[in-house]
Design a protein around this ligand. Structure first.
Ligand SMILES: C[S@@+](CC[C@H](N)C(=O)[O-])C[C@H]1O[C@@H](n2cnc3c(N)ncnc32)[C@H](O)[C@@H]1O
Length: 311
């Protein structure tokens, strides 16, 4: 049984807010794959270097909205590039084409169906001093935006949680300007994500609640070919997909599964006894111990980045 109910996320928003700052450096690293896939430089050229409008869907408390906003912020502490004395003098390094490439700029509209997530995101953006971002609660299956409003639509680990993901894909396509691009980061199958497989098995054994029982289906875009077909059916062209499997290196004494576990099952864990929580940690360590090398966990995560254009 999966229902991907927004209520589930509402009860998890405090867990997302709690972990967000500590997870931000790791988030920034994987978000760059989405920024590359969006190809902001080409879009900016297409728009005559006008500022780009990005819509991030199911933003939670800020990812990848913050990364896109940083990528599109006006550069600070840099001499303006393009034209003038820099051109007259010629580039210091003839391979350095970036010296003559204007930095794409723009604004990010972040959104999520859960207002508490949006509030957390707004507070974090203010703390971080990110100026080129605004936040609006929005259901990605029924977007409150006109056709042709955005140059980029992004969504990290969100589309699979919609009740009707195909409707959400069509909505993304609708709000894109011609030539604009949608980029989705989606989980690869559970078998390629040992952390999630361990969580599902351990919580299922000890609390009787795995992904199915929690009403969460993170892996429904795991099959690349099927996911690309879904994008095509929604109207996208020039569809691309890449797969990434980074593995962190975390000292074995660190219960590194806690953030993900809280952010997906925090509402259930809050009611668990101390004894159950201890048993969960022991079983997670045991299940993931084959990934310990040199005193460090090296557990890969695996995800796809799908992108498609509106013709
Ligand atoms: C796994 S979290 C991902 C959050 C963020 N993008 C990230 O990667 O850190 C999934 C998010 O999708 C949101 N969500 C679920 N269904 C949604 C819908 N129909 N429209 C918009 N957001 C939705 C949830 O509220 C939650 O914040």
């Amino acid at each position: 049984m999966t229902n991907n109910s927004p209520n589930t996320w509402q009860h998890l928003s405090s867990d997302w807010i709690n972990w967000a700052d500590r997870l931000a450096p790791a988030a920034e690293k994987i978000n760059r794959h989405m920024i590359e896939a969006a190809d902001l430089e080409t879009l900016a050229r297409l728009r005559g270097d006008a500022p780009l409008d990005v819509l991030d869907l199911a933003s939670g408390v800020g990812e990848p909205a913050f990364s896109f906003a940083r990528a599109l912020a006006a550069p600070t502490g840099e001499t303006a590039t393009g034209g003038g004395a820099a051109n007259d003098a010629g580039p210091a390094n003839s391979n350095d084409v970036s010296a003559n490439t204007p930095h794409p700029s723009g604004h990010v509209t972040a959104s999520d169906i859960v207002p508490e997530m949006c509030d957390g995101l707004a507070a974090r953006a203010e703390e971080e001093g990110i100026a080129n971002i605004s936040v609006i609660p929005a259901d990605m299956e029924n977007l409150p935006f006109s056709d042709h409003s955005f140059d980029v639509v992004s969504c990290r680990f969100g589309v699979m949680f919609c009740n009707d993901p195909d409707r959400a894909l069509r909505e993304s396509h609708r709000v894109l300007r011609p030539g604009g691009r949608a980029v989705y980061m989606v989980w690869a199958p559970m078998v390629d994500n040992p952390l999630f497989a361990a969580m599902d098995a351990v919580l299922g054994n000890i609390l009787g609640i795995g992904f199915d029982q929690a009403g969460l289906d993170p892996f429904s875009f795991g099959n690349i070919d099927q996911s690309m077909d879904r994008m095509e059916t929604a109207g996208f062209t020039g569809i691309t997909a890449t797969t990434h499997s980074p593995a962190g290196r975390i000292p074995e004494k660190v219960a590194f599964w806690k953030p993900q576990m809280d952010m997906l099952f925090g509402n259930v864990l809050r009611d668990a006894s101390d004894m159950d929580r201890g048993a969960i940690d022991a079983a997670m360590f045991e299940t993931l111990s084959p990934y310990i090398e040199d005193g460090h966990f090296q557990v890969p995560i695996c995800f796809h980045v799908l992108s498609g254009k509106r013709a």
